[in-house]
Design a protein around this ligand. Structure first.
Ligand code: FE
Ligand code: FE
Length: 190
């Protein structure tokens, strides 16, 4: 797959700001892949395309999901933006020519995370949090953890998101809880 084709097309699909974010995620994911011994090319492409459907209107996200037989839960119905992850995976396959299932899966899981995340899934999830353009309290601690331990960094990212949602009185996606619990238990076993 040609990266310049992907980059050109993506630049048209996204605002300048989101495009920069996507390039940041791509580069951060590549660094994490190198550090933690995952496939750098896969990480690069998944990072670049993870948000390719992020700027579609809610109506389009819902329609795309319905067309692709994606299960739309009540959470997704009330916050269609959640669907941008699975719809991005779909667009990556259909419009950007990505056939690699591992890449598509990492894109689909990047927003909520979930149980059974593999190394590439974790890398994209984490890169989305810590790419250089991200500024939020605690991001430096996440970056430090990401220098040393992928699982601990991903766990801290889950904790941070869930804590933030609780503080704001917002709904927590069950996939995030499942992902966090699984990771926490696996770290206990070590
Ligand atoms: Fe996203
Ligand atoms: Fe993102």
């Amino acid at each position: 797959m040609e990266l310049t084709f992907v980059e050109k097309k993506l630049r048209q699909a996204l605002s300048a700001k989101r495009y920069r974010h996507s390039v940041g995620v791509s580069q951060t994911a590549a660094e994490l892949a190198e550090r933690f011994d995952a496939d750098i090319d896969r990480a690069t492409v998944a990072g670049l395309l993870h948000d390719c459907a992020r700027e579609l209107p809610n109506k389009t996200l819902l329609k795309r999901a319905a067309d692709s037989a994606i299960v739309v839960g009540s959470l997704e119905e009330s916050s269609p933006v959640l669907l941008h992850a699975v719809v991005s995976a779909r667009l990556a396959a259909e419009e950007y020519g990505v056939q690699d299932e591992a890449v598509l899966r990492a894109i689909a899981l990047h927003t909520t995370g979930g149980a059974g995340m593999g190394k590439l899934d974790k890398i994209i999830f984490l890169a989305d949090f810590i790419e250089p353009g991200r500024i939020f309290p605690g991001v430096d601690r996440l970056r430090e953890l990401a220098d040393r331990n992928l699982d601990k960094a991903v766990l801290a990212a889950f904790d941070q998101t869930i804590r933030h949602l609780l503080d704001k009185g917002m709904v927590i996606h069950p996939a995030s809880v499942a992902g966090r619990n699984e990771l926490l238990l696996s770290l206990h076993d070590k």
